[in-house]
Write a protein that binds this ligand. Structure first.
Ligand code: PLP
Length: 368
């Protein structure tokens, strides 16, 4: 029994990748494992994704690229993030493809012995990439002409693919198609890529040659709804246990600031997991945890190392607690936390801190 742990079902990641690979049609699947695999562990997630049909991996930082190589993963890898000159060295050493959108970046790659580059057009995200299609085309030509550089791909990134009612994706798609199509005609081997998980699932016209799926490979719904609607299986189960059970009388309170005061005799369970583990303080009096397959409301302030929940007499010390995941048929999804916290599921799993050990397996094989 551990104080807190995150069980990661690698079989679920593998199956989610198969599902996304099928949804992507002829396009190849790039599994995005940045942010330590959205909190699931980059190396095990990458291996599971490759087993599930992904042929590319993507990260955001140079150290993330090196870590995959150090683990012996030799799949095609693209670093999607901004890289300082020092970080560019590290990414190229790791044999990662890199993204460029200025001539200075191409110069920097060439000066470091060269590498494979993808030119990024900013079609509306307003972050990285050039907004000017003519400049992007000039950069692509420069990459083709420079013997140190290999022009590997052309990309863009959508700002609103997760918002099903929004038409901006169509505008971005049109800008990308206008720019990339003539270049692809001249160089059919270029890898065109634009879709994140949401666009992969909702817009076949955005598939091109490669789709970059992150959140969905972990069984998180890119639209913030129940992942089952997209046939996705959540891979992470966050567990703890009941460390103490105590009765409270009317007027007695639990936690900092006395944010829970009993109005009638009640039973409280103390569970030794808190905001230092990623159980955000905004969940104070604002979440349910699972014990014995039933929902129990948090009662009192989430503290750094403990939470308290209102329970019944059926709960005993050392009972397993599920904070995110399924227990005896009842579930709490990361999407539910996200809704309660006014954030997105991405931030929930990325926020499960390094203090929580990750344990890997197909879920069946793990003791409760
Ligand atoms: C993170 C990221 C992705 C993956 O997005 P999801 O919504 O998690 O599928 C794709 N492309 C880029 C450029 C990214 O930064």
């Amino acid at each position: 029994m551990l104080r807190a742990r995150a069980r990661i079902d690698l079989g679920a990641i593998e199956r989610n990748c198969r599902r996304l690979d099928a949804a992507a049609g002829d396009a190849a699947l790039c599994a995005v494992v940045k942010g330590d695999g959205y909190g699931h562990g980059a190396v095990p997630a990458a291996r599971a994704a490759l087993a599930g049909g992904a042929t590319w991996l993507a990260v955001a930082t140079a150290n993330e690229a090196s870590a995959l190589r150090e683990a012996g993963i030799d799949a095609r890898l693209v670093d999607l993030g901004a890289l300082s000159p020092d970080e560019l060295d590290v990414a190229l050493q790791a044999d990662a493809d890199v993204v460029a959108w200025t001539s200075g970046l191409l110069d920097a790659v060439a000066a470091r012995g060269g590498g494979r580059v993808h030119i990024k057009l900013d079609t509306g995200m307003g972050r990285l990439g050039t907004r000017d299609p003519a400049e992007a085309t000039a950069l692509a030509r420069r990459a083709v002409d420079d013997p140190a550089l290999t022009l590997a791909g052309l990309l863009t990134h959508f700002a609103t693919a997760d918002d099903l009612g929004d038409g901006f994706l169509d505008e971005q798609l049109a800008r990308f198609v206008d720019w990339a199509t003539p270049l692809k005609r001249d160089r059919p081997n270029l890898v065109l890529h634009a879709a994140n998980s949401a666009a992969t699932l909702r817009e076949p016209r955005a598939h091109f040659d490669l789709v970059r799926c992150g959140v969905a490979i972990y069984g998180l719904d890119p639209f913030g709804r129940d992942p089952a609607e997209q046939d996705l299986e959540p891979a992470m189960t966050l567990t703890s246990y009941v460390a103490a059970v105590k009765g409270v009388q009317p007027g007695e309170s639990a936690g900092y600031g006395r944010r829970f005061v009993a109005e009638e005799p009640a039973t409280l369970a103390t569970v030794p997991i808190g905001y230092a583990d990623g159980v955000r303080r905004g969940l104070t009096n604002n979440a349910d945890i699972l014990i014995g397959g039933r929902r129990r409301p948090l009662a009192g302030t989430v503290s750094m190392d403990n939470v308290t929940a209102l329970v019944d007499d059926d709960v005993s010390e050392l009972d397993e607690v599920v904070l995110i995941g399924e227990q005896d048929g009842e579930r709490v999804l990361a999407e539910e936390w996200a809704a309660r916290l006014g954030t997105i599921n991405y931030e929930v799993t990325c926020g499960i801190s390094a203090r929580v050990p990750r344990e890997y397996g197909p879920d069946d094989g793990l003791e409760a």
